[in-house]
Design a protein around this ligand. Structure first.
Ligand code: OSB
Ligand code: MG
Length: 371
């Protein structure tokens, strides 16, 4: 089956988080992102671009996504007969960078093909799991007491894996306190590139806490110093920011810069690239888990489908919908199962769809693109 797009619509939205989310790089109270709707043959496919309002996690922003989608990516697809979602990715082969913009529009094409062919995204990706193990990412809190209360609350909700955000001055102490109160909790930390090799003693102190992994301790592009740090630690290093593409994954593994990779479909440029990285990691014996960007239910549906692939063997940062927003722009909501899992959607395509009234309420900007 093939398709030809009639038009593409972009929606710039803003949603308030239920609670502020603080990392080593920013404290955010609201989500802003671009939602992509692709129209073909009476069907609508949705995709979410995960870039944030400012270039703190990544150089990409809502504004760079908007520019790339409007001026480069949408025009590259409109009027083209697409044989498969991979063919859409192929149309972007000349584009350097801008992974999150590419992934957002590619997701809308996957959704369209899934609906057309009556297969779920998980099926299209070759994933077989019906539920995926998930955890929760806990931001930096003003005090240790507030952090412990937050972790306690998530554990009570049924989350069996917790990730703590760390930064210099907020690392060994909060992680030790959580480990002490929850001796059996699956626990990991994420530094979002806040450290350098000079901080090796900090990481050696974390080495005694039986952490699943230490995520992206060093520079956001680095794969050289991470290899040096890994050689001095027992705890596996997991890379997030540094893995922008299939090639970056291969280079990092060739250098032993990490033992685990956090897969974010937006960061690597779409499901087509994610599938190649999944295969590479499977061949090299490198476990994956699915990262999150505080997505709406559109992005979350894609993450859950991806995490259903065989080599996603660690719990993902894919929490239940209720952890993020009071009213998501899309439905259905994802609910945490008793075994700390989310259920993989089985409906055709993403299995999630935007609610027009919610979208309108959250929308700051709208654009229709036709050939
Ligand atoms: O580093 O994993 C990260 C959110 C925004 C930017 C970077 C990160 C995160 C998260 C969120 O940790 C995890 C989630 O979506 O629940
Ligand atoms: Mg991270």
């Amino acid at each position: 089956m093939s398709l030809k797009l009639d038009r593409i619509e972009l929606h710039h939205i803003r949603l308030q988080y239920l609670a502020p989310f603080e990392t080593s790089f920013a404290r955010e109270t609201h989500k802003e992102c671009v939602m992509v709707a692709a129209y073909a043959g009476g069907l609508t496919g949705w995709g979410e671009c995960v870039a944030e309002s400012g270039p703190w996690y990544s150089y990409e922003t809502v504004e760079t996504n908007w520019h790339m989608l409007r001026d480069i990516l949408a025009p590259a697809l409109l009027g083209v007969e697409l044989e498969s979602p991979a063919a859409a990715a192929q149309q972007f082969a000349r584009v350097r960078g801008h992974s999150m913009a590419r992934a957002g529009i590619e997701a809308a094409i996957w959704d369209l093909f899934g609906q057309m062919e009556s297969s779920s995204l998980a099926q299209m990706l070759g994933a077989t799991r019906t539920r995926v193990s998930v955890g929760v990412s806990v931001g930096i809190e003003p005090t240790l007491k507030e952090q412990l209360a937050r972790v306690e609350n998530f554990v009570a909700q049924g989350y069996k894996r917790v990730k703590l955000k760390i930064k210099p001055g907020w690392d060994v102490e909060p992680a030790t306190a959580v480990r002490k109160q929850f001796p059996d909790l699956l626990l990991q930390v994420d530094a979002n590139s806040a450290y350098t090799l000079a901080d090796v003693a900090r990481f050696q102190a974390l080495d005694d806490l039986q952490l699943l992994l230490i995520e992206q301790p060093l520079h956001h592009e680095d794969i050289v110093d991470h290899a040096r740090l890994q050689a001095q630690l027992r705890t596996p290093i997991c890379l997030d920011e540094s893995i922008h593409s299939y090639e970056h994954a291969r280079w990092a593994l060739d250098l032993n810069a990490c033992k685990i990779i956090n897969m974010k479909v937006g960061r690597v440029g779409g499901f087509t690239a994610a599938l190649r990285i999944h295969q590479l990691c499977q061949e090299r014996g490198i476990p994956l888990w699915c990262g999150g960007m505080l997505e709406t239910n559109i992005g979350r549906a894609g993450n859950v489908a991806l995490a259903a692939l065989a080599n996603f063997t660690l719990p993902g940062d894919i929490s239940a919908s209720a952890r993020y927003y009071r009213e998501d722009v899309a439905a259905p909501d994802f609910v945490l199962n008793g075994d700390s899992t989310l259920t993989v959607p089985t409906a055709p395509g993403l299995g999630a769809t935007v609610l027009p009234a919610r979208l309108a309420a959250a929308r700051l900007r709208h654009l229709e693109i036709k050939r």
